[in-house]
Write a protein that binds this ligand. Structure first.
Ligand code: DOR
Ligand code: ZN
Length: 364
């Protein structure tokens, strides 16, 4: 006898938490922060690679940035732009070659930051992504910091990509797994590590299988597009981000871990707004995909396509939240099978899948 599975038309899960978000500063902050608030997030890990990228590289600077975000939250609430009253920005320390282990630990203990963001730069100060040139040039030189973090249980949030220009763009992640991450985990077996925006199926297999305490964030766009989407019918800067989307078989591998409900993978949008003018540069187009306005609907679409809606809740709203000092929300949100028109732009920022329809809508 044929079995029929009833089509699920609504999903109710705890309110979610974005484990990796760029909200920028000042005007851009005012423009994009409401998107994540209106997606009912209880909070987000705020990445601080701002225009002056070392702006979150000391306790004082990170506090200043948090103050500006909180002030903006207050303004948006006062003017009724959002009804989200309890959004909590969780700050990160932008790791440089200079900060001392003592300051990293103090910032964590004082509740200024919940983890340390690792970007790597080459010897000339060239980073692999937006505003990462002040990142770490000498990884071994930072081992005393990692030792202190291991001792105190401070999470390392790592952008693992080789930055040297001679490394093939599509292999940068896996090269960094073998060269940087594996030795790091072996030297600091107790260090909690989050592999940020994982894209390569080989890296995902490493995360899923290694014995160490490691998890990975996954963006909605990396679950949805492969590298062809950057070139379909011509160059599409809107689909250019770092790490670059990978070949189809690697995208599918990552997606398989995610939608099969593997607990080491959790939602981190890496929603990264850039003005259209920066995305349209012929040389040096800015890396970043802006998914914040419909992040929940995008992830829901992916899980639905894979017949895995039962794993959506843990992925968005539960997996390894404790690592950031965040509790699973007691409040819920509901996503319904109902078409949603994705806006083309928010201000001057092109939205991922703008102008199309998604099959799901977050209704409250
Ligand atoms: O595509 C990206 N954009 N990847 C990153 O790592 C940084 C981000 C940004 O800040 O624009
Ligand atoms: Zn990022």
């Amino acid at each position: 006898m044929e079995t029929t599975v009833a089509k699920v038309n609504a999903v109710t899960i705890p309110r979610w938490f974005d484990r990796h978000l760029h909200v920028r500063d000042v005007d851009m902050l005012r423009n994009v922060l409401p998107c994540t608030l209106n997606q009912r997030a209880i909070g987000a890990v705020i990445m601080g690679n701002l225009k002056h990228p070392d702006e979150t590289s000391t306790i004082e600077k990170a506090k200043g940035y948090r103050w500006r975000i909180r002030a903006m939250l207050g303004i948006l609430q006062t003017f009724g732009v959002t009804t989200n009253k309890d959004f909590e920005p969780r700050m990160t320390c932008y790791l440089t070659d200079e900060i001392t282990p003592e300051e990293v630990v103090r910032g964590f203990k004082e509740g200024v930051w919940c983890g340390v963001k690792l970007y790597m730069a080459d010897q000339r100060g060239l980073g692999g992504t937006t505003n990462s040139g002040h990142g770490v040039k000498n990884l071994l030189g930072r081992y005393p910091v990692f030792e202190a973090m291991e001792r105190e249980g401070i999470p390392l949030l790592g952008h693992f990509e080789a930055v040297e220009p001679e490394v093939d763009e599509f292999d940068r992640e896996i090269v960094s797994v073998e060269r940087d991450l594996d030795p790091l985990l072996n030297s600091f077996p107790g260090l909690p590590v989050v592999f940020e925006h994982i894209t390569d199926g080989r890296a995902a297999a490493f995360v899923a299988e290694v014995k160490h305490n490691i998890q990975a964030t996954v963006t909605a766009h990396h679950l949805m597009i492969n590298r062809n989407e950057m070139f379909r019918n011509g160059m599409n800067p809107v689909h250019f981000c770092k790490p670059v989307p990978k070949r189809e078989m690697y995208r599918l591998k990552v997606r398989e871990y995610v939608t099969s409900g593997h607990r080491r993978f959790g939602a981190g949008t890496d929603s990264a707004p850039h003005d259209e003018s920066a995305k349209m540069r012929c040389y040096g187009c800015a890396a970043g995909i802006f998914t914040a306005p419909t992040a929940v609907e995008l992830y829901t679409t992916v899980f639905d396509e894979d017949g895995a809606l039962e794993h959506l809740g843990p992925f968005l709203s539960e997996n390894f939240l404790g690592l950031y000092g965040v509790k699973v929300s007691k409040e819920t949100m509901t996503i319904e099978r109902k078409p949603l028109a994705v806006p083309q732009k928010i201000g001057n920022v092109q939205v991922f899948r703008g102008g199309t329809e998604l099959p799901w809508t977050l209704v409250g």
